[in-house]
Design a protein around this ligand. Structure first.
Ligand code: FMN
Length: 396
């Protein structure tokens, strides 16, 4: 059975030329069993006939908050609550800007702001409009707000030019919708996730840290929320925005992360330890700045607590996923995680080939599996790693 079967999809249509393809998208989704309503901008209805959409959806087309509102005149809010997924296809540059900044001056932007369900957008416009700095900023902003931005296709454009900016084919959009909706977890979990790096002070200026960007952790948080899990993130310093739908506890040092994670653990069903925690910290950090002229021929270090090990000690029947960065030997990572009591291991080697992926990129060489299995590494998108990890965690 299709994952869209019985699901409620609110299709937002803005005034791009590709609006003429939306009746086909409505039909495709309906054929797969979805319930579809449309909310269109006034500009969109210059490019696709309202009557066509209304015929296909049995009149479920909203375009004017004043004229088409229901008895309570809050149609846009009711529809936003009704939806399992809001899809905006095509999304114009103008609508992208409105969504990114929270403007709400028509039926579509009002619905956008009222929707709490996942959102998918399909930007479609002339290549120069797409590459304009403002549009790119808005798309990044939307992605940071946990909106799924489907990349535009390249090819012939309605303006006669050739390039990036075409709306993907309705079949591809329907497939993407199916993929997004397929991921709902049967049993939502309360997940505790550690992510990011830690910073260990040498003095008030200098520190020991590592190159973790927190990207994998942010992808896990986003994917988990999309599936309906609730997520508490204990986040060390990191460069990647974290889903606004996660509860985020910010920490800096390994000791702070240790305390925050152990305190939170009783309220959670599973833990994913993706943070790159410093193994050691300076034994006695100095207040102020150690003058360079004083020199330093050695630095005394002490071991940090092992957060993963302690979570495993207290886990009972709950599940713990451990991460191990192993340069050159993934098997060493899974053995280490097995000894600590983790149920699932993620072993990765971000140093294998920095031209292909690693720290701060969207790709990594890694493996996920039970700690008893022998790792076999592969290049994978961190986003896919997140999905695979959650598939395996949900199946435990
Ligand atoms: C024939 C025609 C086609 C257009 N196609 C696009 C398009 O593909 N993408 C886009 O961003 N804007 C396009 N525009 C410009 C938008 O319609 C315009 O920016 C409008 O304000 C969008 O409003 P809306 O986002 O409220 O629908 C087009 C305009 C015209 C007249």
């Amino acid at each position: 059975m299709s994952s869209v079967s019985g699901r409620r999809i609110l299709l937002g249509i803005s005034g791009g030329i590709a609006a003429y393809k939306t009746p086909e998208l409505v039909r495709l989704l309906q054929k797969r069993g979805a319930l579809v309503r449309c909310v269109a901008t006034k500009n969109a209805l210059r490019l696709v006939a309202q009557d066509t959409l209304a015929t296909l959806t049995q009149g479920s087309v909203d375009h004017d908050v004043w004229k088409t509102a229901g008895p309570a005149h809050t149609h846009h809010i009711d529809w936003a609550q009704w939806a399992d997924l809001l899809v905006v296809a095509p999304m114009t540059a103008n609508s992208a800007a409105k969504f990114a900044y929270g403007l709400a001056d028509d039926a579509l932007s009002l619905a956008w702001l009222s929707c709490t369900c996942p959102k998918l957008v399909c930007p479609a416009m002339n290549t120069r409009m797409l590459h304009a700095a403002a549009t790119q900023r808005n798309l990044i902003r939307l992605a940071d707000d946990d909106v799924h931005v489907m990349p535009s296709d390249s090819g012939d454009l309605a303006c006669g030019e050739t390039g990036e900016g075409r709306m993907p084919d309705p079949i591809a959009i329907a497939d993407e919708i199916e993929r997004l909706l397929a991921r709902k977890a049967a049993h939502p979990l309360r997940i505790l996730l550690t992510m990011g790096r830690t910073e260990e002070a040498i003095d008030d200026v200098r520190m020991i840290t590592n190159r973790s960007s927190g990207r994998t952790g942010a992808d896990i948080a986003r994917e988990a929320i999309l599936r309906g899990h609730s997520v508490t993130v204990v986040a060390g310093p990191c460069d990647t925005p974290i889903s606004p739908l996660a509860k985020v506890v910010r920490v800096r040092t390994a000791l702070q992360m240790h305390q925050a994670a152990l305190e939170a653990w009783p309220e959670h069903d599973a833990a994913i330890c993706a943070a790159a925690v410093a193994d050691f910290r300076p034994a006695s950090p100095t207040t102020g700045k150690i003058p360079a002229s004083r020199g330093m021929d050695h630095l005394d270090l002490v071991a940090n607590p092992d957060i993963l090990y302690e979570l495993c000690q207290a886990k009972g029947s709950r599940k713990v996923v451990g991460f191990a960065l192993e340069s050159g030997d993934l098997a060493r990572g899974s053995q280490k995680l097995s000894a600590k009591g983790a149920d699932l291991a993620v072993c990765n080697d971000p140093l294998l080939d920095p031209t292909k992926g690693g720290f701060g990129t969207g790709t990594v060489w890694g493996w996920i599996g039970p700690t008893s299995a022998t790792p076999v590494g592969a290049w994978m998108a961190k986003r896919d790693l997140a999905a695979l990890l959650l598939d395996k965690l949900e199946a435990l």
